[in-house]
Design a protein around this ligand. Structure first.
Ligand SMILES: Cc1cc2nc3c(=O)[nH]c(=O)nc-3n(C[C@H](O)[C@H](O)[C@H](O)COP(=O)(O)OP(=O)(O)OC[C@H]3O[C@@H](n4cnc5c(N)ncnc54)[C@H](O)[C@@H]3O)c2cc1C
Ligand SMILES: Cc1cc2nc3c(=O)[nH]c(=O)nc-3n(C[C@H](O)[C@H](O)[C@H](O)COP(=O)(O)O)c2cc1C
Length: 763
């Protein structure tokens, strides 16, 4: 094949090498606009896995690269005049110039025609003599941009400013240094990449950048300012720029996150940064570029594979890796963009939060890397929970938690789950067994399903209620069992179905109206849940007064039944949620429009409930922190205000759920997908929060808690299948100080032993 490769960065060079290795008959011309040793940037970092891939693909260049690596294990986090060091992180770095020199030499030796100082045309017609044209021309790819509609290019310009410096100061640990200036926080990501240089990336938000005058400062002055800010780390060494040709402000970049729906058009193929980028804070752009090159060379040389099929396989496989990395990179980018959220943390928790920011590194990963550091975090967490020094570490999930006068034995919560198994709203033996088993399963707190405050406030005919004395007695029997046979505390979730009422039980079709016997429904406005659902009656003042009275009566009955805590359900599109989200609240009176107005009725209900519930017992509110409808609905920023408003009205805990407020919303699912909202409400709002949503491993729970992303963690579906989820988690972590029902002690001991033995065998 005759191939034109545009761009002599890692992607272009390594692709040319990989093609020649597979078939020396390929004629490859590589065009690079710069001279061989002109390059931007300083060092790049790799993982061990990438090195193995390089060695397998080309042992010659792989060995040359490997022999020049700088290795380091430690990460230092400098914050608030403290340095937190953790170890075992295992990074490898190399200078970008050196990497390119090795690849250039190898490409030349294999017969690739290298043309430097050659500005390549972005017009495919100028490349008519070639079978393939490879756009390896970087993030600002001109070839990609020339055919943009065919590639489906999506570019996001991220908000922070950064400058990629070098320095002769040798950082022996990967160093994150955060410094406060008069204009805001400025930080550096620094690491050594050879015997004489380190990379030193300075980053800050745009306000600090402008506040420091960097938007109008020459490069010389900007460098002097950065040297001054980071003087204590640089030991008198200078910061070196290799963007000297640019005016000062232009040398500061905004990261561009690039995603392409298609990676090939006609005979033009995107490779490396031209196809996708990954934020520098997770340092994987070069790895992706090199691995793209290997895969593309593989498929193009596989006998019998037509070109279209080859390109489809190239994109399908590489895109998976890219999406995973871009997901982690997005988390990491956002962490740095919302740094202010974490600056009130104590340094040890700040460092933990930084290390786990991408969500690729979890609590147990940190244990593998540096057990003694992780145990210092666990001791710190427990000592804060107990308010006294401790000598032994414990998994964060087993730290106790206090809400007003209520002491929870641990941080695991059984999330509210409708069982649709009540008759006339009355819980039965099914509920006794269901809640009894989950209470005995070790969670610190269990929630009832949404328990309705009136018959018409039920979602389905199978929903439980607490609007009759018979229901109080039935709940009382369950509460007594929970209190007598477990150390779990029991929270009653109270709600009213509003526009989503009068529907079938879950397993017969969610939110589908009954075949017969429907009752009228009401809501903030006459907006039905879907075309199939009833149009609700907009509530008038008399309806509101009646609903407030029903909630207050339910609170009194909950007290009579013996519950420890009450939650108001103001999420998921039910009655109170229909007021909060602008998607369903179309009112023009005092209860619609601004957030203050939309919250007026839900807060009225909450305040009346709070007044009826004993002072020493806590209350929580469940909210939908994101309608998943962009600015049309509730956004996580607005959720912070919602959380604050309920907290001011006396809520002790914000139970941060999301969605289910608009039938056509577009949630982005994934592991722990709603936890960022609990994090934001907690740390922007300085509130106590509970995270929920696809959290299923003990490792997830520990990571969320230790990183200060929430104070409690609720699991719903995992508890449906495994009522003993918490006891199993205790056995897995060899943690003994949990309450086990005495008859089950033997099972617990055996499980712990077996898991321990399995772990030893694996090790
Ligand atoms: C601040 C920062 C820090 C980073 N840190 C890391 C890190 O630690 N680890 C890591 O793996 N990655 C890192 N990266 C990312 C990494 O630099 C890129 O992902 C990687 O260089 C992509 O390789 P590439 O070959 O696709 O593109 P590039 O390296 O950008 O190469 C493209 C080449 O094409 C040339 N070119 C462009 N247009 C033309 C044209 N019309 N004619 C001829 N030549 C042209 C350019 O001169 C350039 O040499 C970092 C990036 C930044 C911005
Ligand atoms: C069967 C079932 C019933 C549920 N019923 C309720 C409910 O009554 N009240 C409520 O607030 N959330 C309810 N939820 C939502 C859960 O509390 C939880 O927020 C959601 O399932 C996400 O958590 P998970 O991924 O751990 O399941 C229910 C979930 C399930 C699976």
């Amino acid at each position: 094949m005759r191939i034109a490769c545009i761009g002599g960065g890692p992607a272009g060079l390594y692709f040319a090498i990989s093609m020649k290795l597979r078939d020396p008959a390929h004629a490859i011309d590589l065009f690079e606009r710069n001279r061989p040793d002109d390059t931007f940037g300083w060092g790049v970092v790799f993982s061990d896995q990438t090195v193995e891939n390089l060695l397998a693909n080309d042992p010659v260049s792989g060995a040359a690269i490997q022999s020049e690596f700088a290795h380091w294990d430690d990460i230092d986090v400098h914050i608030h005049d403290e340095a937190i060091r953790s170890s075992g992180h295992g990074f490898i770095g190399i200078g970008r110039k050196r990497l390119l020199a090795i690849l250039q030499e190898r490409a030349r030796a294999l017969g690739v025609n290298l043309h430097f100082q050659h500005e390549a045309s972005a017009d495919l017609d100028d490349w008519a003599g070639y079978d393939l044209v490879i756009a390896a021309d970087g993030a600002n790819s001109r070839l990609r941009d020339a055919y943009e509609p065919h590639f489906g290019v999506d570019i996001q310009i991220r908000r922070n400013k950064f400058f990629w410096f070098g320095t002769r100061k040798l950082f022996e640990a990967f160093t994150f240094a955060f410094e406060q200036t008069g204009a805001g926080w400025v930080w550096a990501h620094a690491y050594r990449f050879d015997d004489s240089h380190s990379t030193f990336i300075v980053e800050m938000d745009p306000d600090s950048w402008a506040g420091l005058g960097l938007d109008r400062m020459s490069q010389e002055d900007a460098i002097a300012l950065c040297e001054h800010i980071f003087a204590k780390y640089l030991d008198g060494q200078k910061l070196i720029s290799n963007a000297g040709h640019l005016p000062g402000p232009q040398a500061w970049l905004n990261f561009r996150r690039i995603v392409c729906a298609n990676w090939a058009y006609r005979n033009l193929i995107l490779l490396g940064d031209a196809a996708h980028t990954a934020h520098f804070s997770i340092g994987s752009g070069t790895k992706l570029a090199l691995e793209d090159a290997i895969k593309l060379a593989d498929v193009l040389n596989r006998p019998g594979l037509a070109r279209d099929q080859a390109l489809a396989e190239y994109q399908a496989e590489r895109n998976l890796d890219v999406l995973k990395l871009q997901n982690s990179a997005r988390n990491s980018t956002e962490w740095f963009e919302t740094l202010g959220r974490y600056l009130h943390f104590e340094p040890i928790q700040f460092a933990y939060s930084l290390l786990t920011r991408s969500q690729r590194v979890s609590h147990e990963n940190l244990r593998l890397r540096d057990k003694s550091w992780l145990e210092s975090v666990e001791r710190w967490f427990l000592s804060r929970a107990l308010d006294r020094p401790v000598s032994a570490p414990a998994p964060p999930m087993f730290a106790p938690f206090r809400l007003r006068g209520l002491e929870l034995a641990n941080r695991v919560v059984v999330s509210p789950m409708a069982m649709y198994s009540a008759e006339e709203g009355e819980p039965c033996d099914f509920h006794l067994v269901h809640y009894g088993a989950r209470a005995q399963g070790g969670a610190g707190l269990i929630y009832t399903e949404m328990t309705c405050v009136s018959p018409e406030g039920r979602i389905t005919p199978g929903c439980a209620g607490i609007y009759t004395q018979a229901q109080v007695a039935a709940w009382g029997r369950i509460v007594d069992f929970v209190h007598a046979h477990s150390s779990a505390k029991f929270c009653l979730q109270l709600g009213h179905s509003g526009p989503k009422g009068s529907t079938k039980v879950g397993w017969e079709g969610y939110d589908v109206p009954l075949d017969s016997g429907n009752w009228p429904v009401m809501a903030a406005s006459d907006v039905p849940w879907s075309e199939a659902n009833q149009v609700p009656r907009p509530m008038g003042r008399a309806d509101m007064d009646a609903v407030v009275a029903q909630f207050v009566a339910a609170v009194r009955r909950g007290l009579e039944a013996g519950f420890d805590m009450i939650e108001l359900h103001a999420a998921h599109g039910y009655l109170l949620s229909s007021f909060i989200t602008p998607l369903t609240n179309r009112r023009s009176d005092d209860y619609g429009g601004s957030l203050e107005n939309r919250l007026r009725f839900p807060l009225e209900v909450f305040r009346a409930m709070r007044a009826a519930w004993p002072e020493e017992r806590p209350m929580s509110v469940r909210i939908s922190a994101n309608d998943w409808m962009g600015d049309l609905g509730v956004t996580p920023d607005e959720a912070v205000e919602i959380g604050r408003a309920f907290a001011e009205a006396g809520a002790d805990l914000i139970d941060v759920s999301a969605g289910q407020t608009w039938a056509d919303c577009q949630p982005v699912y994934g592991r722990m997908f709603q936890t960022p909202f609990a994090d934001q409400v907690r740390n922007d709002g300085r509130l106590t929060t509970m995270a929920v949503g696809n959290i299923y491993e003990p490792d997830h729970v520990n990571s969320i808690l230790a990183a200060g992303r929430a104070d409690l963690v609720a699991l719903a579906r995992p508890h449906l299948i495994d009522p003993m989820w918490t006891l199993r988690a205790a056995a897995q972590q060899d943690y003994r100080r949990v309450t086990v029902p005495p008859p089950y002690l033997g099972g617990m001991a055996q499980l712990a032993r077996n898991l321990q033995r399995e772990a030893e065998l694996k090790a």
